[in-house]
Design a protein around this ligand. Structure first.
Ligand code: ZN
Length: 470
């Protein structure tokens, strides 16, 4: 058996169907909430057991050369079932507590440990893209992302549209109406594959993974329209067409700004409290709740923006910016404000949503080369100059005045993929731009969608607009 087989044993989505998540906040009674937390704990316990076991296996192998079986979900579950009577005994009373926990919670935890192990192995062997992955670490209560996934058993959305049924936890009331999922299931247009219960801040939510037959969408409103979208710091997004007209500037939502202000206030308040006091905990909970609210506002705004774009325009061009790399560019003036702004507008999330929504609505997404200098190229004369982080700048070539985001969106709208088109007026400008070590000659994949270009650039070397920060 090869390790890759373990990694790619995934569910195949039948043609014409999509896997989509539907999330609802749960309105648990205290008893139900306690039951949910026990499932979280059980999952974490099994995961930590599996990590410990894998570690011991490795140590034994290094010391005595004694080989063990390949780490697999099935193998470890078998071992878990052999030891759970002793593993899950209360230290004081000796009472065995595993029957209170769904066996799926244990399996979910063990699966997480096994996946983590193989990710570590693949990363070590250089077979995994992205950052290096370490050996799975132990999860700790309070720091763990509390969650549990059920794939079998009673998983239902009740016809009253106000309750859901989950294994072991039972029928729980939801805060929201479940109509948007219930009617799909009732019509036979959707099938629930799994349910994940997790904690989001102070709330418990359930996310149903659903196999869904999406209705054939009408074509996009303006199939000939090609727009560039600059997801930015000052405004959420700027949309421009290839005639150089800025179609719209989508502002950061007001409630978000207000919530961020309140967050700063609360963080200051917390810093005045004594750690681990009751008041500290109170303020802390307020902060947790507010952070969730901020995330929700942001997610909603990005969703409406990307849906509208994908339904309207035939082709959408976005920046190929590695947001994570940019956020790590410290030391430049205003780095903190920029990091906040960027994480707020969540460029990566917008791009991820556009990738699948353009598919749904018959639009097309183009991702610009990561080194394409969209904001520092003059859209009149193609002159490229260093503009730092300034909002307004004047072109040294033709004297035109530019607003940074507007100019970037216009350039993106005119962007042409150099891997398919050869010499173009506004392709990535090569001569004036330092590009690090990457000659950028290999052809990108068709569509250029979400592909990582270049091979071995670390985050610090991933510059916006092609100039390395020295
Ligand atoms: Zn110019």
């Amino acid at each position: 058996m090869h390790s890759v087989a373990v990694l790619v044993a995934r569910f195949e989505v039948p043609g014409g169907q999509t896997v989509q998540a539907f999330t609802f906040a749960l309105d648990c009674t205290p008893a139900e909430a306690a039951c949910v937390r026990r499932q979280f704990g059980g999952r974490r316990y099994a995961r930590n057991w599996a990590v410990r076991t894998l570690k011991q296996d490795l140590t034994r192998y290094h010391e005595s050369g004694e080989a063990t079986q390949m780490p697999s979900l099935a193998g470890l579950r078998k071992r878990w079932n052999q030891v759970k009577d002793t593993e899950c005994a209360d230290q004081v009373t000796g009472q065995v507590w595993w029957p209170e926990i769904s066996k799926e919670a244990f399996a979910d935890g063990i699966r997480a440990a096994v996946d983590g192990y193989w990710n570590w192995q693949a990363s070590r062997a250089g077979k995994r893209a992205g950052r290096r992955v370490g050996f799975p670490r132990f999860a700790k209560k309070g720091r763990d992302r509390d969650r549990v996934t059920f794939t079998t058993g009673a998983i239902r959305v009740e016809p009253d549209r106000r309750h859901v049924t989950l294994p072991r936890i039972g029928t729980v009331r939801t805060h929201e109406n479940t109509r948007r999922l219930e009617r799909l299931v009732a019509d036979g247009r959707a099938r629930i594959l799994a349910a994940t219960v997790s904690r989001r801040g102070t709330r418990l939510v359930v996310a149903f993974r659903v196999l869904i037959q999406r209705p054939q969408q009408p074509r996009v409103q303006r199939p000939d329209s090609r727009v560039g979208v600059d997801v930015g710091v000052r405004v959420l997004a700027t949309v421009a067409d290839n005639d150089g007209v800025v179609i719209e500037r989508v502002a950061n939502p007001r409630p978000l700004e207000a919530a961020l202000k309140e967050l700063r206030h609360l963080c200051r308040e917390r810093s005045r409290r004594t750690r681990d006091s009751r008041r500290y905990a109170e303020t802390n909970q307020k902060i947790t709740r507010l952070q969730r609210r901020i995330a929700n506002i942001r997610a909603h705004r990005i969703h409406t923006l990307t849906t509208r774009l994908a339904k309207t325009h035939g082709e959408i061009v976005v920046e190929g910016l590695d947001a994570a790399g940019m956020l790590r560019q410290k030391g430049l003036t205003g780095a903190r404000a920029r990091r906040r702004g960027l994480s707020d507008s969540a460029l990566g999330e917008a791009r991820r949503q556009l990738a699948y929504k353009t598919d749904w609505y018959g639009s097309h997404l183009v991702t610009a080369d990561r080194w394409y200098p969209s904001s520092k190229t003059c859209h009149h004369c193609q002159h490229v100059q260093d503009i730092g982080w300034s909002e307004h700048w004047t072109c040294h070539g033709c004297g035109a005045g530019h607003q940074r985001d507007d100019n970037a969106a216009i350039n993106l709208a005119r962007y042409e993929d150099t891997s398919t088109a050869g010499d173009t007026a506004v392709g990535p400008v090569g001569a004036a731009v330092k590009r690090g070590a990457d000659p950028k000659t290999e052809p990108g994949s068709a569509g250029g969608r979400e592909t990582r270009k270049g091979r071995s650039h670390t985050a610090a070397e991933q510059p916006r607009d092609g100039v390395l920060a020295r």
